[in-house]
Design a protein around this ligand. Structure first.
Ligand code: SAM
Length: 232
């Protein structure tokens, strides 16, 4: 279970109404039962139910069962697509160990708005499902050109270019450190965007194979390629 509170021995964790409903209504837990909790910062803890009610309850943190395990410093930039597919990208990027998930607006991006709170909740759910101790931060929608104009000089960019002839660059040669992956929208990148991206000194154009992948497939494939070359 994901909680907001700091975790330490004897720490009391008050439950929200939704958490109480899930634990006591859906999962049928009761006073004295134990469960695993994490807050994205303090590792995984065993906690015991002290009070259980319909609208709330409390847990006591008992002992740490796993240390905090943060993923590599990897951002996933992607142009949001249809709702269910965007949810899929957030879920899979969380499982695959992205540290930050950043929806970006490109020239051909259809979506003008996203529900950041909903996407963040999906990241929490995905982290709970896969037993991780880290929850990636989901940003609000940002314009890609502004993001590139302010790009941090110590971060490299894996630019997934569907129009690349040949396999593109080998990531391993570019070295470790801070990275970001960029996936375009359903309509792909415009010619102007491609030209700009190719000219950026920190960008590495990579192909994900000879077939055009749907953006959600491309996100998972790109994360896999990156993890294989540079993940730990
Ligand atoms: N409309 C584009 C076209 O027909 O050329 C396809 C865009 S694709 C659905 C969405 C994004 O996924 C692309 O912008 C790119 O970032 C990524 N992508 C898909 N297939 C790829 C490939 N074979 N190599 C690299 N990136 C790919």
């Amino acid at each position: 279970l994901y909680v907001e509170q700091p975790l330490g021995e004897g720490q009391t964790i008050p439950l929200t109404r939704e958490q109480a409903h899930y634990l006591f209504g859906v999962m049928r837990r009761g006073v004295g039962d134990t469960l695993a909790v994490f807050n994205g910062r303090d590792g995984e803890w065993r906690a015991e139910v002290r009070e259980a009610g319909k609208r709330g309850g409390t847990l006591d943190a008992v002992e740490q069962t796993a240390p905090q395990c943060d993923p590599p410093d990897l951002w996933l930039l992607f142009a949001p697509i249809k709702k269910a597919r965007t949810d899929f990208i957030v879920e899979k990027a969380t499982e695959m160990g992205a540290a930050r998930i950043m929806p970006v607006q490109t020239e051909f991006t259809n979506s003008e708005r996203i529900r950041q709170d909903r996407l963040q909740a999906h990241a929490v759910e995905a982290a709970e499902q896969c037993g991780g101790t880290f929850v990636p931060d989901v940003s609000d929608l940002q314009k890609l050109d502004r993001l590139l104009a302010d790009w941090p000089e110590d971060r490299q960019l894996m630019f997934c270019d569907e129009a690349l002839a040949g396999p593109g660059e080998t990531l391993g040669q570019a070295g470790g450190g801070k990275w970001a992956i960029l996936i375009g929208p359903e309509g792909g990148f415009s010619e102007a965007e491609r030209a700009r991206l190719h000219a950026l000194p920190f960008a590495h154009a990579v192909s994900l194979g000879p077939r055009i992948l749907r953006a959600d497939t491309a996100a998972v494939a790109a994360l896999t390629v990156w993890q294989q070359a540079l993940g730990d």
